[in-house]
Each structure stands twice: as C-alpha cells, then as structure tokens.
Design a protein around this ligand. Structure first.
Ligand code: NAP
Length: 278
C-alpha cells in the first residue's frame, strides 16, 4: 500500500504543508499521498489513536490540536515535551503513536543556513512574543547554547510563564522597553503574529541594534515583512520565516516516506508562488 500522511487541523484549509510534501513526493518519485484532514477538537484523540485505521502512517498537526496531540501519543521526543506541543506524529514499528515537535529544528536549521554569523555575534538574543511558536524558538536557542535570551511580550505574564518553564537564562523585559533593549543584542527574533498580512503592524525601532546583528522574522506572509525590510535597509542580515516552515517539514517526510528531502531554492519558489495565490 502506498504510504499516506496528512495534516490535521480545525480549520485546515489554510495549511501550507500539503504544498511542501506533495512537491517532495513528486520530486522524489514516491508513490504516496499527503492529505488535509479537518478534525474537530472533540474528535482529535480518537482520530490520532486510529491513524493507521484511517489509512495514515503519520501526520502533521496544526492549530488548535498541538497540545492535545502530545497528550494522545504513547511516547514523545525531548523537544515535544519541553515545548509542550507536537506538530509531527508517526507510528513506531509496534504501531504506537509517537509525537515530535520539529519547530525548533526548523527555526534553528533555517537560521544557521541563512545567517550562520549569528553564532559569532556578541550580545544577547531578543525574542518578541510568548505564544506557541516562541516556546519552540526558546527551546532551540537554549539547546544551541545561547547564554541569555531577553524575552518580551505584550502580555508580560505569558513571558513569565515561559521563563518559569525554561529557567534563568531567559530574562523577561517589558514590552515597552523593547527598543532600548536592542542595543545589546546580536539576534532579534519576531515570534509574534505582528506584521503578518491581515494582522497589526509590529511597532519597533531597530536603530539601536548593532551593525553585525541578525534579524529574523517567523512571519512568512509577506515573505519580506516590514521588520525585515527595515533591517535590510539598515544593512543588517535578515532571515525570513518561510525557511522555518520548509525545514520543520523535513523530519516528518523522512519518517513517513523514507527519504530525507532537501530544502532547495526551487521548493522555496514553488511554495512562494502557491502561497501568493491566496
Ligand atoms: P500565538 O500562540 O497566538 O501567539 C501570538 C503572539 O503574538 C503572542 O506573543 C501575542 O502576544 C502576540 N501578539 C498578537 N497580537 C499582538 C498585538 N496586537 N500586540 C502585541 N503582540 C501581539 O501564535 P503562534 O503560534 O506563536 O504564532 C505566531 C506567529 O508565528 C504567527 O504569525 C504564525 O503564523 C507564525 N509561525 C510561523 C512558523 C514558521 O514556520 N515560520 C511557525 C509557527 C508560527 P500576547 O501574548 O500578548 O497575546
């Protein structure tokens, strides 16, 4: 039987995952399929418990199911446990459901590919946002050995919750103090939804960032957000969010279809062209 995987969400229509996985299936000549599954929150547990019966070898999980998917799995990797959410599921050889979170892998791999100099930059890393994506990014940065992360969020309590979860290397600063805090930072990451098409703009003045700082935005619609445009205009290195989306898809595809796929400029162009149709 040809292997089939899917993305599970509610709603799921907007998901970019099918475009990525179907491109790779085609590119590597794999006789497999990747579907979208709209699953209501109350049906999630039953659906993933019956993944195999439903005809799937594995799945991506998107909002609002990421926490519930982790709870439903028999085992989980360190990243999923630390982040508290799963975005990738597969069945172990004995048929047991395994949960993984590949967001941190995707973020770090993309950052290292596009701006490896971030590791040599002096100073702190500053992360804007304390939602689900920020959790994955904090995990990835700390795992990479970053000594201190400044974390700032409109709702300070959410940032404090992340500091409690990730420990004293995370220092919470007021949202109102974000502009001044940039002076000592070698890497700025926007992990809020601000700046995304249809959302509010991100109000930030990046003038204080050092000249060798790297600016990363995980928002990928538009591909060049106003933050990245400002950074490029200032001559700073920039890292867009689309690469994170592409790289986070790699481990799941390899598990389900047996080939480790590559993130190439052709894939990027294909996804940009498709997302642009929305
Ligand atoms: P989330 O859990 O809903 O978190 C949203 C974040 O944005 C929170 O920190 C929230 O602050 C902040 N925010 C929203 N509106 C704001 C406003 N008006 N002023 C200040 N802060 C505001 O969402 P998420 O899952 O973390 O995703 C965040 C963004 O990352 C989304 O745009 C998503 O598409 C993108 N993303 C990209 C990738 C990728 O692969 N590139 C992966 C995951 C997510 P409060 O806590 O104060 O509400």
């Amino acid at each position: 039987m040809s292997p089939r995987a899917c993305v599970i969400g509610w709603p799921v229509e907007h998901s970019g995952s099918p475009v990525i996985h179907r491109y790779w299936l085609d590119q590597y000549g794999i006789d497999g399929a990747y579907e979208k599954e709209a699953v209501r929150p109350e049906d999630l547990e039953r659906f993933v418990q019956q993944l195999w019966t439903n005809g799937y070898v594995g799945a991506n999980v998107t909002l609002p199911h990421k926490e519930a998917a982790l709870r439903a799995a028999r085992s989980a990797d360190e990243a999923a446990i630390a982040i508290g959410a799963a975005n990738t599921l597969w069945l172990d050889p004995d048929g047991a459901l395994h949960a993984s979170n590949t967001d941190a892998y995707g973020f770090m791999t993309n950052l290292d590919a596009k701006a490896p100099q971030w590791r040599a930059a002096k100073g702190d890393v500053i992360v804007l946002g304390a939602g689900g994506a920020a959790r994955g990014i904090l995990y990835g940065l700390l795992k990479a050995g970053v000594p201190r992360v400044l974390l700032t969020n409109r709702t300070r309590e959410r940032a404090e919750t992340l500091r409690e979860a990730f420990g004293p290397k995370v220092e919470v600063i007021d949202w109102a103090a974000r502009n001044e805090a940039l002076a000592g930072c070698g890497l700025l990451v926007n992990a809020t939804s601000l700046g995304m098409t249809g959302h509010k703009p991100l109000i930030i003045n990046i003038a204080a960032l050092p000249n060798d700082a790297v600016v990363s935005d995980i928002v990928y619609v538009p591909l060049e957000t106003p933050l990245l445009r400002d950074a490029r205009t200032r001559g700073l290195a920039t890292v867009d969010g689309l690469g994170m989306l592409l790289h986070q898809a790699v481990p799941g595809f390899e598990r389900w279809f047996g080939v480790r796929p590559e993130v190439t400029p052709e894939l990027t162009a294909h996804v940009v062209a498709t997302l642009g149709e929305d």
